[in-house]
Design a protein around this ligand. Structure first.
Ligand code: ARG
Length: 599
């Protein structure tokens, strides 16, 4: 956060080292000190000592590092804004003067506002692909986890400074889709319900019914068996017609697909997600076939047709002795493509047509091998971007009642969960805050209800499964979204009562530990943005937001603001509250959670 100060200090250190012939590395690494009641930064001199050792001097590296640190500490003397310099075990620790630091942090936040924490442009393009459920199916709570994780990640990388493209890739073709088409065409044509969500959800019902009709049963009679086989033949015929581009089937497919997409768009709208590019699985089917030919021609894939499929022996091509990526099939012997084939075609489009440098896929962890294989084939194919492809996997979501099963129609629909969460918050507001006008209640309930769901998803490591507990998620004083939102609301209410915010303030009084801690956390926001983005881990930001809220709630309980002893304290604390509020809002925004003014 203090690049210019660090530069000045670094220049002094370099001058000292040049004079005394200490070989400093080209780039000195500065990091924030772990918080221990004081804020500061540190660097180390192990590299310099090791360099001397390499130059042939006989030295003990740790001991020499400490010597250098001590000599630097001495040479630095007193520094503006730094109230203590310390050399320990080869490290140089600089402790900020708490008052100067607080003022500096608060001024920076209030000056930069919504942009506080934004990283410098990085000249690299990231594509985040998420919110890509299969069509002809309902949007369930697992899809929601995917969408919120992807959106948070997209917001993080964008804010960190990457040129960011949001992409979706619905699976709009395959046997599941055809099954629904067949069912609709045969039994339900023209009977679709009204309403975007109802119609989307209804497709799942058709799927479940169709699966019942088409799955063999142990006790079936010969007539039933014959019937089932006839149905199955019809379904296969429908797939063949789709493949051949039959006008009737294609029109039916597009019409029903649109129902799913309308529901998806409505949900994304509700989540404030705006996808830039829509890819569809169906659109990369043909390009996939051409790619297979190219891979065969380049000797990457082996064509075993007509007796077998087209395969890539990935381990062998990479020269691996042990089985790791295995052998992947990229074209069936009948010439039809697979999921993998289409992903290869899609990746090529992303790289070549969209200039993507880093390609992120937010997809269920169960597809992990699939993506490892795809990325390795891209590497064998010669795409340098393959190295920067990343599969952000995520675990299963269930309710305490039990697991989902789409085949049996047991899915937890996102819309139902969201409606229920909002309903509960509305009841709570009615009870606790009856003076809030009805119109505002609805808006706030939506912000808080959805915020609770989002945080329940983002605050768990993406690889872990989630058993979603609505009561816990909605609690105001747990590790929850509402708890963080409530910190924002409290800050807002102090500021409203205070009236105008002082345009500047001096923190030159004995700061309480609560103030020091709050300032330290606020100051860490920019580096947390970078860390979460570089590691592709929204959880890092979710944890940060909770820590910041906790520090704020503590401050709120312990430190008088409106009733502060002196005018100086009152002004300083008001500005600190405003800075905390802004930082909470920025952090929540990166988690795709709204920051309400009241709740
Ligand atoms: N539609 C797929 C599914 O629901 C996810 C697509 C993942 N993206 C990809 N490029 N394969 O499982």
């Amino acid at each position: 956060m203090f690049t210019s100060e660090i530069q000045t200090i670094e220049a002094q250190i370099r001058a000292h080292c040049a004079k005394t012939n200490i070989p400093l590395p080209e780039k000195m690494d500065w990091r924030p000190l772990p918080f221990s009641g004081e804020s500061g930064i540190f660097t180390s001199f192990f590299q310099a000592a090791a360099q001397e050792a390499r130059q042939g001097q006989k030295i003990n590296v740790p001991q020499r590092a400490q010597e250098i640190a001590a000599s630097v500490a001495k040479a630095l003397g007193t520094l503006e804004g730094i109230h203590r310099v310390e050399a320990v075990k080869g490290y140089l620790n600089l402790y900020f003067d708490p008052s100067a630091f607080a003022r500096r942090v608060v001024d920076t936040v209030l000056q930069q506002g919504e942009d506080f924490g934004r990283g410098k442009p990085k000249n690299e393009r990231v594509m985040v692909e998420y919110a890509q459920p299969n069509t002809h199916h309902s949007f369930h709570i697992g899809h929601y986890r995917n969408a919120i994780l992807g959106e948070a990640l997209a917001r993080l990388v964008e804010f960190a400074g990457y040129d960011t493209i949001r992409a979706s890739y619905p699976g709009d073709i395959g046997l599941g889709v055809i099954t629904v088409l067949w069912m609709y065409d045969k039994f339900y044509k023209g009977q679709e319900p009204e309403g975007v969500h109802e119609r989307g959800q209804w497709l799942l019902k058709l799927y479940v019914e169709a699966t019942n009709l088409l799955t063999p049963r142990e006790d079936e009679t010969p007539e039933e068996k014959a019937q089932r086989e006839a149905y199955d033949a019809e379904r296969r015929e429908m797939y063949r017609r789709w493949d051949a581009g039959d006008e009737y089937v294609r029109a039916l497919w597009l019409e029903t697909r649109e129902w799913s997409l309308q529901e998806l768009r409505a949900i994304l709208e509700m989540m404030d997600i705006h996808i830039d590019v829509w890819f569809y699985e169906s659109q990369v089917d043909e390009p996939g076939k051409q790619i297979v030919e190219e891979l065969i021609a380049r000797g990457i894939a082996e064509d075993e047709r007509p007796d077998g499929p087209v395969i890539v022996r990935i381990d062998e091509k990479l020269g691996l002795k042990k089985e790791k990526y295995r052998t992947a099939v990229i074209l069936r012997s009948d010439g039809t493509t697979l999921y993998l084939t289409k992903d290869l075609a899609l990746a090529k489009i992303k790289f070549e047509q969209y200039g993507v440098d880093r390609s992120i896929y937010v997809v269920d962890t169960r597809q992990s091998l699939h993506f490892q294989q795809a990325f390795k084939i891209l590497e064998l194919w010669g795409f340098p971007q393959a190295e920067k492809c990343f599969h952000l996997g995520y675990g299963f979501v269930s309710l305490p009642e039990g697991a989902m099963s789409a085949r049996r129609g047991r899915v937890v629909l996102f819309k139902e969960v969201a409606d229920e969460a909002v309903r509960r918050v509305l009841n709570e507001i009615a009870e606790k805050n009856p003076s809030m006008p009805t119109e505002q209640r609805e808006a706030v309930a939506l912000q808080v209800g959805l915020g609770a769901l989002a945080y329940a998803m983002l605050s768990v490591d993406n690889n872990k499964d989630i058993v979603f507990d609505m009561d816990a998620a909605l609690s105001f004083d747990g590790h929850t979204g509402p708890y963080i939102q409530n910190a924002h609301v409290r800050a807002g209410s102090i500021l409203r009562k205070a009236g105008d915010l002082p345009s500047q303030a001096d923190f030159s009084y004995q700061l309480s530990p609560y103030e020091v801690e709050l300032v330290d956390l606020i100051a860490r926001f920019p580096e947390t943005v970078q860390q979460a983005a570089e590691e592709y881990r929204p959880l890092v930001m979710a944890t940060y937001a909770f820590d910041l809220a906790t520090a704020f709630h503590r401050f709120y309980h312990e430190v008088p603001v409106l009733q502060a002893d002196t005018g100086t304290q009152r002004s300083a604390r008001l500005r600190l509250v405003a800075a905390a509020k802004q930082t909470l809002a920025n952090a929540l925004r990166l988690l795709a959670i709204q920051a309400p003014e009241q709740m």
